[in-house]
Ligand binder design. Structure first.
Ligand code: ADP
Ligand code: MG
Length: 243
């Protein structure tokens, strides 16, 4: 359902991504792991044009966007097919829980406000926060805020949800509830691409693990293959340090 080919990106003449190819099937859960500074966030951000790639084709569900010859309307259409969950939640501080979840439905999808808020409340119930509807981000724990960040991504019923280290800004006590929610989405066969340093989680939930280093995909395979029989020396070294 997602096909990325020859994706490249540089910052100030410095190559950060070097011609990345990746395909993701519908319902698949792909975990991206690798050392920091390797381009994982940049890659994820390029997939929905939060960063503009220098080269590459991105196809999602029949829509193809070419970095070198696209129209802005295609980028907007691409963004509507994908949702993004940020490391630091990025909730609107001046909106309460239901308004945060309804926001994109109202502004991007032009839904009537009542309908969007009703959908938001349905999602709050689904993610176990029905009692926090009117709470503002500052009144919620980090784990609750990130669950709302995920609820916001769920609201638009996009083709895939992209996560950039969704638990790395959380105090350890809140990590479990956020991973549980992502696991629930995986069990519902929602297509997910997750950059993570939670290796036990990647091993348990991912259908495929992708190891990135120095702006390239070095190796990919089932969790079993990647964690137990890594082939490339760089993967071996990374796995031996973290497991
Ligand atoms: P990772 O997520 O794997 O830690 P990043 O994608 O954040 O890696 O970063 C890869 C490289 O790109 C780093 O060297 C980082 O400094 C650089 N980089 C990322 N974003 C920018 C930016 N907006 N401007 C300049 N350099 C950037
Ligand atoms: Mg990163």
């Amino acid at each position: 359902m997602i096909k990325i080919s020859n994706l490249s990106k540089s910052f100030d003449g410095q190559n950060v991504l070097n011609g990345i190819d990746l395909e993701v099937k519908e319902g698949e859960v792909v975990a991206i792991i690798g050392p920091s500074g390797t381009g994982k966030s940049t890659f994820l951000r390029c997939i929905n044009y939060l960063e503009q790639p220098d080269t590459g084709l991105i196809s999602v569900d029949g829509l193809t966007v070419d970095a070198q010859s696209h129209q802005q309307k295609d980028v907007l259409a691409l963004r509507r097919k994908l949702s993004f969950v940020f490391q630091n939640y990025s909730l609107f501080a001046n909106l309460n829980a239901e308004q945060n979840i309804a926001e994109a439905l109202i502004t991007v999808w032009k839904q009537p406000k009542d309908k969007a808020l009703a959908e938001a409340r349905k999602i709050l119930k689904d993610i176990g926060l029905a009692d926090k509807t009117k709470h503002y981000p500052s009144q919620l724990s980090g784990g609750q805020q990130q669950r709302i960040g995920i609820g916001r991504a769920m609201a638009t019923h996009s083709q895939a949800i992209l996560f950039d280290e969704p638990t790395s800004a959380l105090d350890p006590e809140w990590v479990g509830e956020v991973l549980e929610l992502i696991k629930k989405l995986a069990e519902r066969k929602q297509t997910l691409i997750i950059v993570t340093h939670e290796m036990a989680f990647a091993r348990e939930v991912a259908d495929r693990v992708v190891f990135m280093s120095d702006g390239t995909i070095v190796e990919q395979g089932s969790p079993e293959e990647l964690f137990n029989q890594p082939k490339d020396p760089r993967t071996q070294q990374f796995i031996s340090r973290i497991v």
